[in-house]
Design a binder for this molecule. Structure first.
Ligand code: MG
Length: 385
């Protein structure tokens, strides 16, 4: 057996992180944790460091990093510098990026530039800097990028390496979120507790709100464009409330390929780690006779304008996706802090995009500048004047 793949897990205490740890527990000889990174919750990190005998930890918050180094004898780094140092460390083979938000972009690029393999759950990397990441991948053919988002893993599996000329369109499935059946007229009364209750997936707060507005699907459409090199007019979204079919590829010969499974992030995580091999995994199996009916619906772009905004920003290109993503992060944050109502999120994004001067970008700094501008504008527009 080859020596175990050394993984740097970013976002170890988050929802992708805990699913990754479940996978690693099932294959101790195949993978080891060479490093972990978290924001600040060191009380949740300590048991992980001990269980997996991790040599290196990055705690983003410097005060929490200090506190950890007093309680633990391994190497502790902090901040973005610490993340970059860990990702570039020669002991690390594979970056599993489970960070939430645009903070995940730099580590993704850094890992590719160091020829590492990357399992990408941080969709903002592709949304904000997809063009740069693809350029870095072309420059570093020894590196590789594997999608972890369930939809993109499904498409990756359905494509099975076939060139995009053989594809008519990609079709991403969406659960439709908790408000699929709620009339638009009642959106003004939606509460935070309702928006935080996802019907099929248990995830972090930010992505759960994005699932309720369908912005999550919108960001995934942009992510799919950059991951698979397919134009926006060949990417579709279909609502599929049971989340059993994780996405599909329509090939030009009429074959429609789908990947099915119970909603469990361990499946795409393990595939991204073990590719091209399929390892055993203890996870619930789909019993089609028990499922009975699989339903599909057209998405409602009127009721969920975020989905339309994502297609528009993606088609426009340049910094538009970065601006949309950053404005959305700010808007969701404002919503979670009770500063704006749920139904105000799309209007706020539309206002920021309407005011933006969209540019082509060739450096990450340009994308980050657009991101910072959009955040500030979202906050400014949300304040009563
Ligand atoms: Mg997804």
């Amino acid at each position: 057996m080859p020596s175990p793949k050394s993984i740097a897990l970013l976002g170890a205490t988050g929802s992708i992180g805990s699913s990754t740890l479940k996978v690693l527990r099932q294959h101790p000889g195949r993978f080891r944790l060479g490093g972990v990174a978290i924001g600040s919750k060191i009380d949740l990190l300590l048991p992980i460091l001990r269980e997996f005998d991790v040599p290196l930890a990055v705690v983003f918050d410097p005060a929490a990093a200090e506190a950890l180094s007093r309680q633990w004898s391994g190497k502790v780094l902090s901040g973005m510098e610490g993340l970059m140092e860990m990702v570039a460390d020669p002991s690390i083979d594979y970056l599993l990026n489970g960070l939430v938000g645009s903070i995940g972009v730099r580590p993704t690029l850094e890992a590719i530039r160091h020829g590492k393999q990357v399992g990408l759950a941080n969709k903002e990397s592709m949304v904000m800097a997809g063009a740069l990441i693809n350029a870095a991948l072309a420059e570093h053919p020894e590196s590789a990028l594997y999608p972890i988002d369930s939809e993109h893993s499904a498409i990756f599996q359905c494509l099975a390496g076939r060139p995009t000329q053989e594809v008519d369109f990609l079709q991403l499935t969406a659960s439709g979120g908790p408000f699929r059946e709620r009339p638009r007229a009642e959106f003004a009364a939606i509460t935070k507790a309702e928006a935080l209750k996802h019907p099929t997936w248990v995830m972090g707060e930010k992505i759960t709100i994005d699932s309720a507005t369908l912005m999550n699907k919108g960001l995934e459409v942009i992510e799919a464009h950059f991951l698979f090199g397919v134009d926006f007019d060949r990417i579709q979204v279909v609502i599929h409330p049971k989340s059993i079919v994780h996405s599909l590829v329509q090939f030009r010969d009429g074959s429609l390929m789908a990947q099915l499974g119970c909603p469990d992030m361990c499946v795409p995580i393990q595939y991204a780690l073990s590719y091209p091999e399929r390892l055993p995994l203890e996870t619930p199996r789909v019993d089609l006779a028990q499922v009975g009916k699989l339903e599909f619906f057209q998405p409602d772009f009127e009721k969920f304008p975020c989905l339309r905004l994502a297609f528009e920003a993606g088609t426009r290109g340049g910094t538009a996706p970065a601006i949309l993503n950053a404005a959305n992060e700010a808007a969701v944050d404002l919503f979670l802090k009770d500063k704006i109502a749920f139904h105000q999120i799309p209007g706020l994004l539309e206002k920021v995009l309407g005011r933006a001067s969209i540019q082509e970008y060739t450096t990450l700094d340009e994308a980050i500048a657009a991101d910072a501008w959009a955040r500030a504008m979202a906050v400014e527009f949300s304040e009563p004047n």
